[in-house]
Design a protein around this ligand. Structure first.
Ligand code: GLN
Length: 308
C-alpha cells in the first residue's frame, strides 16, 4: 500500500519542479537536472519502498547539519553546544547574517548556516572529517557515501558569505577555534554525496531513537535523538518551518542539493530528492510529495486518525 501511494505521490508532484530552480549560488549545484524527483520510505518493520530517481547521487548540503549536531551533542555535550547557539526558529533565510553583528548575539539555531558553523567549530577539534564520513555512512546505512570533490571545490571558491558569517562569529566570541579549519570541515560535510535512500536510512535510525535497525547497534543516545528531532521540527525547513509543520507535520531537514530528510517517529524514515528549490531553499516537488504522504498515510504528528 505504501508503494502505490508513494509512486502516485511522486508522479503527481513532478510538474511542481517547474516552479523551482536549482541552487546556482554554488555553481556545481546549478548544473543539476531540476526535473529529478525521487522518494524512499523505510519502515521499522523492514519494508523498503522507492519511487522515481532514488539512486541518483546528490550533495547532502544542509542535511549534514543534523549529523553534525548529533555528533556534537555526543562528543561535546548539550551544555557546550547550546551555550552560544540558540534553539529558536530564526524566521530568516538560512544564510542570514544581519542579527549576528550585535555584541552578545548568538545564532538562532543549529539548522541555519551560522548555527551549524558554530556547532562545527566545537566539533572539529574533537573528530576528523574521515571519522565523520564513516559515522555518516553508518547512520545512513550507505557505505558508498563519499566526498563530492567537484561540489566541495565549487562551494569553497564561492564561500565569501559563510566566511563572513564565521569571522563575525569569531569576533563575537561564539567561535573560539580556528575559523578556516571550521569552514573547511563545514563545507566537506555539506559536500557528502548521498541518495534519497541514504536519507531514508538516516530517518529510520532517528525514528528508532538512534539504534541501527539491522544490527541493533546504538549509534546515538536517545537524548541526542530527541533534541535533534525537536529542532528539525521547529527549525529544519528554515523560514518555511512553521508552514511545513502545519501542512506536513513531520520533523524534517532540507538541503539546497534538493534533499529532504523526514522522520516519522517510531515508524519510518523518508528520503526525498528534488533539486528544484523554492525561494526559501526547500525542494518544491519534495514538499508536495511529503504533503501527499502525510495526508494519505496519516503521518502528521497531530493526525487524529486511529491508524497511528
Ligand atoms: N552548503 C550550503 C551553504 O552553506 C548549505 C545550505 C543549505 O543547504 N541550505 O550555503
Amino acid at each position: 500500500m505504501i508503494q502505490t501511494i508513494l509512486s502516485q505521490a511522486v508522479e503527481a508532484a513532478r510538474p511542481a519542479a517547474e516552479l523551482g530552480q536549482t541552487a546556482t549560488y554554488i555553481p556545481e549545484l546549478g548544473k543539476m537536472d531540476k526535473h529529478h524527483l525521487g522518494a524512499c520510505v523505510f519502515t521499522r518493520e523492514g519494508e523498503r519502498c522507492c519511487a522515481g530517481d532514488t539512486d541518483v547521487r546528490f550533495s547532502i548540503q544542509s542535511i549534514s547539519k543534523v549529523i553534525s549536531l548529533a555528533a556534537a551533542l555526543e562528543l561535546c555535550g548539550y551544555d557546550t553546544v547550546f551555550e552560544r547557539v540558540g534553539m529558536e526558529p530564526s524566521g530568516e533565510a538560512f544564510n542570514a547574517m544581519g542579527k549576528l553583528e550585535a555584541v552578545g548575539s548568538t545564532p538562532s539555531n543549529p539548522m541555519i548556516n551560522a548555527g551549524a558553523i558554530a556547532v562545527d567549530s566545537y566539533l572539529e577539534p574533537k573528530i576528523s572529517f574521515e571519522e565523520m564520513l564513516s559515522f555518516t555512512r553508518k547512520l545512513c546505512m550507505d557505505p558508498q557515501i563519499v566526498l563530492d570533490e567537484k561540489v566541495y571545490h565549487s562551494e569553497m571558491s564561492h564561500i565569501s558569505r559563510n566566511r563572513a558569517i564565521a569571522y563575525l562569529l569569531e569576533n563575537t566570541g561564539v567561535i573560539r577555534s580556528d575559523v578556516e579549519r571550521t569552514l573547511d570541515f563545514y563545507v566537506r560535510m555539506c559536500s557528502l554525496s548521498i541518495t534519497a535512500e541514504s536519507l531514508a536510512g538516516l530517518g529510520l535510525v532517528l525514528a528508532g531513537d538512534g539504534v541501527h535497525p539491522a544490527t541493533g547497534e546504538r549509534l546515538l543516545s536517545p537524548d541526542t535523538v530527541r533534541v535533534v528531532k525537536t529542532i528539525m521540527l521547529t527549525c529544519g525547513m528554515y523560514d518555511g518551518s512553521g508552514t511545513f509543520a502545519v501542512q506536513v507535520g513531520i520533523p524534517s531537514k532540507s538541503g539546497v542539493g534538493g534533499g529532504i530528510l523526514s522522520v516519522v517517529d517510531g515508524r519510518m524514515g523518508i528520503g526525498i530528492f528534488g533539486p528544484a528549490l523554492d525561494g526559501k531553499g526547500n525542494s518544491v516537488a519534495g514538499i508536495q510529495v511529503l504533503r501527499t504522504l502525510s495526508r494519505e498515510l496519516h503521518l502528521h504528528i497531530f493526525d487524529p486518525s486511529e491508524h497511528r
